[in-house]
Ligand binder design. Structure first.
Ligand SMILES: Cc1cc2nc3c(=O)[nH]c(=O)nc-3n(C[C@H](O)[C@H](O)[C@H](O)COP(=O)(O)OP(=O)(O)OC[C@H]3O[C@@H](n4cnc5c(N)ncnc54)[C@H](O)[C@@H]3O)c2cc1C
Length: 464
C-alpha cells in the first residue's frame, strides 16, 4: 500500500471527468488493517478508486448484506474507520483539486485529498483552512465526517462551519450535491462516514498574510492556572491550547504549559517541509513509552517551558502540527496499541469534573504524553451529532493495558456523564452505546440518515 503519511504530495490537477476508468473496481483482501491506535488489526476487503466516475459503481455494489465504509488516512484512533471482515473504500486515490478561487478563497477538492496537500496549494497563495486538527495528515472526507476541531475552536468553530457544499453517494439513489439547510448535509458533517460516501468537499478558506504565528508560552502550576490563562487569553488570541502533565498530582494537579498564538502579519508564505524529519521504527517495543519515560518527558517539557516561556515567532507546521515531525509515532506504543480518551465538559461543570478526572488519571499512573486541554467556544456546530459543544475538552493518550485501562475509562465516563459532557467518537474504541445516546441530543434522529449499505465497527458497537 502506498504510504501517504510521508509528507505533502501535491494535489493533482483535475482529470477525473475523462471517462477513462469505467471498469468495475475490485475489493482486494488485506490481512491486517488498523486505525491510528493500532488496538486491532483485522482483515478487510479494500477498493481503491482513482477516478470520480468509478464511485457510482463502487457504491452500487454495497448492500446491507455486505456493507462498506469510505475511509481516508486512518488517523481516527478507535474503530470508527474500520469494518472488520467487511469492505472499505480507500478514498486517498481521489486527491485532486477541482477548483480554487484565489479571490474568494473558495476551494473544492476530492474528498481523499489531505489537508497537507490542500495547504501546499493554499498557503503560497495566502490562504489556509479556517481550522485544522493537530495533524495535517487527514483527508477532507475525514475532516468532515468527524467535524474536526482545532486550536482556534473558540474563534471559528469546527471544520463543518466552513463547508459550503458536498457531493454524496448513497446506495438508495443517484449522487446528491448538498449544501447548508439540506438535512443530509447536516447529518453528514460529523456523521462518521455512515450517511454515504463523500466524493468532494467545497469549503471557505481563510486569508493569511504569513505562514508564521506570533506565539506565547506560559507555564502554570495547577488546573486553576489553566482556567485563569484561558479566560484572559481567549479574547485576544485565535489559537489557544495547553499541554498538561497528567502524572502531576496534589498541588500540581493539572500543571502545564499554555500556548496561544495569532497569525503573524509578516514573515512570508513558506510551506511546511515535504516529509517528516524522523520516523518511529516499525517494531518499536511497548516499553518505548513507559511511565518513566513519560514522566521524564512531562517534567522536561514543563521545565523547559518554564525557563524559555515568552513570545516567539513559530511556523504553522511547528505550532499547529507538532507531532507531524515524527512519522508513525503511534508505533512507539508497541504491539498492543493505545487509546486516546477525549471528552468535553460544559463550562459550568468543568473545574470540578476535570479535577476528578485528572486525580483519577494521576493516581492510575497510566496517562501518557501528550495530554491536552482546550476551551471550545459557543459557535454551534452544523453537524447533527458533531462532538464540539461549549466547554473544556481534555485529550489524553493511554497505552493499552487491557482491563486496567478500560476500567479506568469506565470511571472517567461516569464523571463525564454526570457533568453533562460527552466523548469523541473519533477517539473511541470501547464506550457503551448509552454514553453516546444520552449525551448527543441528535443521536436518535441521526439513525434515519444512516445508509444501510454502510457500516463501521463503531456503529455496530453503539447502535445495537
Ligand atoms: C496526531 C493526531 C492529532 C489529531 N488532532 C485532532 C484534533 O486536534 N481535532 C480533531 O477533531 N481531531 C483530531 N484528530 C483526529 C482526526 O482529525 C480525525 O480522526 C479525522 O477524521 C481523521 O481523518 P482521516 O482522513 O484519517 O479519516 P479516517 O480515520 O480514515 O476516517 C475517519 C472517519 O471519516 C470517514 N470518512 C473518511 N473519508 C470519507 C469519505 N470520503 N466519505 C465519507 N466518510 C469518510 C470514515 O468513515 C470514518 O468514519 C487527530 C488525529 C491524530 C492522529
Amino acid at each position: 500500500m502506498v504510504d501517504r503519511s510521508r509528507g505533502a504530495r501535491p494535489v493533482r490537477p483535475d482529470q477525473s471527468s475523462c471517462h477513462h476508468a469505467m471498469a468495475a473496481i475490485d475489493f482486494t483482501p488485506v490481512d491486517r488493517l488498523s486505525s491510528w491506535g493500532r488496538l486491532t488489526a483485522a482483515p478487510h476487503r479494500v477498493a481503491r478508486p482513482r477516478f470520480r466516475d468509478q464511485l457510482p459503481g463502487v457504491v452500487a455494489s454495497l448492500s446491507s448484506a455486505d456493507p462498506g465504509l469510505a475511509i481516508g488516512l486512518r488517523r481516527a484512533y478507535g474503530d470508527s474507520n474500520l469494518n472488520p471482515g467487511g469492505r472499505v473504500i480507500d478514498m486517498t486515490g481521489l486527491d485532486r483539486l477541482i477548483a480554487f478561487d484565489r479571490e474568494t478563497g473558495i476551494v473544492r477538492a476530492e474528498a481523499g485529498a489531505s489537508l497537507s496537500q490542500i495547504i501546499a496549494v493554499l498557503a503560497p497563495a495566502g490562504w489556509f483552512p479556517a481550522t485544522t486538527p493537530g495533524t495535517r495528515f487527514v483527508t477532507l472526507g475525514g475532516a468532515v465526517a468527524n467535524d474536526v476541531h482545532g486550536k482556534n475552536h473558540h474563534a471559528v468553530g469546527s471544520f463543518g462551519n466552513w463547508v459550503t457544499r458536498m457531493m454524496i453517494h448513497r446506495s438508495d439513489g443517484p449522487p446528491r450535491e448538498v449544501a447548508i439547510g439540506d438535512p443530509l448535509f447536516h447529518a453528514t458533517v460529523g456523521g462518521l462516514g455512515l450517511t454515504g460516501l463523500i466524493e468532494w468537499v467545497e469549503f471557505q478558506a481563510t486569508p493569511i498574510d504569513s505562514t508564521w504565528l506570533e506565539a506565547e508560552e506560559t507555564s502554570f502550576e495547577s488546573l486553576d492556572g489553566y482556567f485563569e490563562l484561558s479566560d484572559t487569553r481567549r479574547a485576544s488570541f485565535e489559537h489557544t491550547l495547553a499541554w498538561i502533565d497528567c502524572l502531576a498530582h496534589g498541588d500540581n494537579l493539572g500543571r502545564g504549559v499554555f500556548s496561544s498564538a495569532n497569525w503573524a502579519a509578516t514573515g512570508g508564505l513558506r510551506l511546511h517541509a515535504a516529509s517528516p524529519r524522523l520516523s518511529a521504527p516499525f517494531g518499536a517495543p511497548g516499553f518505548a513509552f513507559n511511565r518513566m519515560t513519560i514522566g521524564a518527558l512531562n517534567t522536561l517539557y514543563h521545565g523547559a517551558k518554564s525557563m524559555s516561556g515568552g513570545r516567539k515567532r513559530v511556523h504553522y507546521s511547528g505550532f499547529l502540527y507538532p507531532l507531524d515531525g515524527v512519522a508513525h509515532w503511534n508505533r512507539l506504543y508497541g504491539g498492543r496499541g493505545f487509546y486516546q480518551y477525549q471528552c468535553v465538559i460544559p463550562k459550568s461543570e468543568a473545574r470540578a469534573a476535570l479535577t476528578d478526572i485528572l486525580s483519577l488519571v494521576a493516581k492510575s499512573g497510566q496517562g501518557s504524553f501528550p495530554a491536552v486541554l482546550k476551551d471550545f467556544g459557543d459557535i454551534a456546530p452544523v453537524g447533527l451529532i458533531s462532538f464540539p459543544m461549549e466547554g473544556v475538552t481534555l485529550a489524553i493518550d493511554f497505552p493499552n493495558k487491557g482491563s486496567r485501562t478500560t476500567s479506568l475509562f469506565s470511571e472517567l465516563d461516569a464523571i463525564v456523564s454526570s457533568a453533562g459532557g460527552r466523548i469523541y467518537p473519533a477517539k473511541d474504541a470501547r464506550a457503551a452505546a448509552r454514553m453516546f445516546r444520552d449525551s448527543y441530543p441528535g443521536w436518535e434522529g441521526f439513525g434515519a440518515y444512516v445508509d444501510p449499505a454502510f457500516r463501521s465497527a463503531f456503529w455496530e458497537r453503539v447502535s445495537s
